[in-house]
Ligand binder design. Sequence first.
Ligand code: SF4
Length: 410
Amino acid sequence: MLVDYFVLSAPAGQREDYNAHIQRNGVLERCDRSLIDAVAEVALTGRGGAHFPVARKWQPVLEAMPTAARLTVVVNAAEGEPSSRKDAEIMRRNPHLVLDGAVALSQSLVTGTYAAADIVVWLHEGDDISLSSIQRAMTERASLDEPPMRVMLAPARYVSGESTSVIRAVQSERRTGKATAFPRFTPDPARPWIQDDADGNPILVHNCETMARIGQIARVGALSYRATSLVTVTTPGGLRVLEVGPDTTFATLLASLGVVTPSAVLLGGYGGQWVEWLRIADLPVDPDALRTHGLSLGAGIIIPLAPDECGLRKTAEIASWMAGQSAKACGPCTFGLPAVAELMEKISHKAKSRDLRELREVCGLIPGRGACRHPDGTVRMVISALEVFAEDLDQHSHKHCLAHPRKHRR
Ligand code: SF4
């Protein structure tokens, strides 16, 4: 069987239809529990940002399935962050690999005589290219003996992609016919990717890239699987999505894109952390390797600070955007994030010690108190900025900016 090992196997700008997909990869064989072992063997972690071991996510489902009547598998392709585009690229270029993953996963987990599965693809409203691609893919597979598939559309806001939002939408649609896509407190915060529907049947959510990787593993097996990383890099020419091997360093990656060596990089996106370039330049773009250095690739988002950008200013802009994205259903987002954004804005102009002290205090009160991780991520990003841009803070306290030497002298 001819096999392509890569998630982004279709050339940029092209979509692989079902015929091309099976010509290159062959027909997907029916999967069984051996897929679970294979996923555990390659130590696949979730690519939505948290990098939790995927096979361990399935344990509660396996425990529930002997008595459950249905498993709902959700592909979360609602990429809420403006600096991320990897999931959209997969959906547009290789939609069948994503559906392969969802089908293979359903077949592996649903073994009871009466149990069934259904597949939901969760997408942002307005992402019309991905919508068209995945709908065509579902139509192209309509005659196959596979679980029913459908698309659900999420409001185009950041927190729609939170796994608890996704589950809540499926649950509420089933109960009332209308999907409500806000995050909420989970009965078990340690496992937000799975909950029961109203009838006690499990709903399991995986990020789009994770599902495509499950599809790859189902096809090629653990031995032939290649642990690449999909990243979205912000470049002067716009967002670039690349698939890189574990031997690619950050320096090589940015050089290949013609990005001027930055002073720092925002790693993992708006809810990630700022890292000094010298700390990261020679590290591999690989989640496992980064973890050993206390860093996370998150959802594969890499934002180099441009030479003419001020890290504090950029942080203030992002904090403001994040504050505006919350559902304002919990205290940390209703009161905390607007305060963080306002203080960060002030500090990006003039870093008064009183504002800095207050910012640190507010940031200390927020983590762990919201229904979802949105406020925690924002605070993590802001705190990392205060550390990485400490020299800029010092300059800003005198109304000087290292990136804009004359800008704040007013
Ligand atoms: S923490 Fe914020 S974003 Fe998350 S549910 Fe609460 S208000 Fe909404």
